[in-house]
Every structure is written in structure tokens, then in C-alpha cells.
Design a protein around this ligand. Structure first.
Ligand code: FES
Length: 185
């Protein structure tokens, strides 16, 4: 009987062990997914939006300041907020005067190419993206070219598409986010 008891306990231990291993594995996968950069097919959600509502084209209006966003896997709802290098600036260009709703949506890495701060400010008068750390300025209408400050490179562009009514990542960044700073998240 003791043998039987030990055997049953071992079976239980093995069962608990397997479940724990599966949970650890799932946790590791989720952590990896959260730190992975934007993937094709990802939706974009506003940083700080606890509801994680995918952004639609209509939510990004002409003349509005850029939105700071995270990519999100639309199938699992996993927000890729585990690495600051994943943050994306989303805005609508002004477009021509006869384009009532504005120009195209564009997205750029939000990581300054100087020293890796988040480009979190916006100068509405001349529609420039500003880095608060050392004053670099980027022009989104000119592919986020550097127009002032010490940043050595433009902000990498993230291709977009509209899929099922949502703003969706359509490809990889045009260059590694953070420029020469490398990933130091
Ligand atoms: S980190 Fe942005 S200007 Fe220095």
C-alpha cells in the first residue's frame, strides 16, 4: 500500500511539475512577445489606454498631435510594452489643402536616435516632433528627418496598412529603433 501511495504521490508530483513547466513556458513566451518589436499584422494601442482599444484611422485626425502607441498582437491581445524601444509615434500628415481629412497616416519609432529618450513632445505651430532630453527635432512630413539638435539620424519609419478597419503594422522598421544607441531597454 505504501508503494501505491508513493507511486500516486509521484504521479501527482509529475502532474504538478508538468503543469508548472507549462506555466513557466507560457510565461516566458508572453514575456518574449511583450519585448519583441512591432510585428506585421500588429494593431496599435495608445500608451496608457487600459482598455487596449486598437486604433482606427478615424481616431487619428488631421492637425492632431501624434499618439504614442504600443504594438499589440490582435489575436492574443498581447501588448508589446515590455521594451521601451517598441513605442511608436502615430500621426496624420496634413496633406494638400483639398484633402479634407488630411494626408496619410505615418508611424515612426518614438526612440530618439541621439541617446534613446522617448520623443514625447510636439510643437504644433510647425508640426515638429521634439525630444525633451537634448532638444532634437524631427519633421514627420519629411520622413522624420532631423531639423535641429544632436540626433544623428531620422526616426525609423514603420509601414502601415488598414486591415479590418484598424491601423495595422505592415512591415519592419526602416532601421533599428534608437539608431546608433542600440537596444538598451
Ligand atoms: S536623447 Fe533625444 S536629444 Fe538627446
Amino acid at each position: 500500500m505504501v508503494t501505491c501511495l508513493v507511486s500516486r504521490r509521484r504521479v501527482l508530483d509529475l502532474g504538478v511539475g508538468a503543469a508548472a513547466t507549462a506555466m513557466i513556458s507560457e510565461g516566458a513566451e508572453a514575456a518574449a512577445g511583450a519585448t519583441a518589436g512591432a510585428q506585421p499584422g500588429d494593431a496599435l494601442v495608445t500608451v496608457g489606454d487600459a482598455a487596449h482599444k486598437p486604433l482606427t484611422p478615424g481616431a487619428v485626425r488631421r492637425g492632431a498631435p501624434p499618439r504614442l502607441t504600443w504594438p499589440m498582437d490582435p489575436k492574443t491581445g498581447l501588448v508589446r510594452s515590455g521594451a521601451k524601444f517598441n513605442q511608436v509615434l502615430l500621426l496624420r500628415l496634413m496633406g494638400d489643402r483639398d484633402e479634407a481629412h488630411g494626408g496619410p497616416l505615418v508611424a515612426f519609432s518614438a526612440v530618439c536616435t541621439h541617446a534613446g529618450c522617448i520623443v514625447s513632445a510636439w510643437r504644433a505651430a510647425d508640426r515638429l516632433l521634439l525630444c525633451p532630453c537634448h532638444g532634437s527635432q524631427y519633421d514627420p512630413a519629411r520622413a522624420a528627418a532631423v531639423v535641429a539638435g544632436p540626433a544623428p539620424l531620422p526616426l525609423p519609419n514603420l509601414p502601415l496598412a488598414v486591415v479590418d478597419g484598424r491601423v495595422t503594422v505592415a512591415g519592419a522598421f526602416s532601421a533599428p529603433p534608437g539608431g546608433h544607441t542600440g537596444r538598451t531597454d
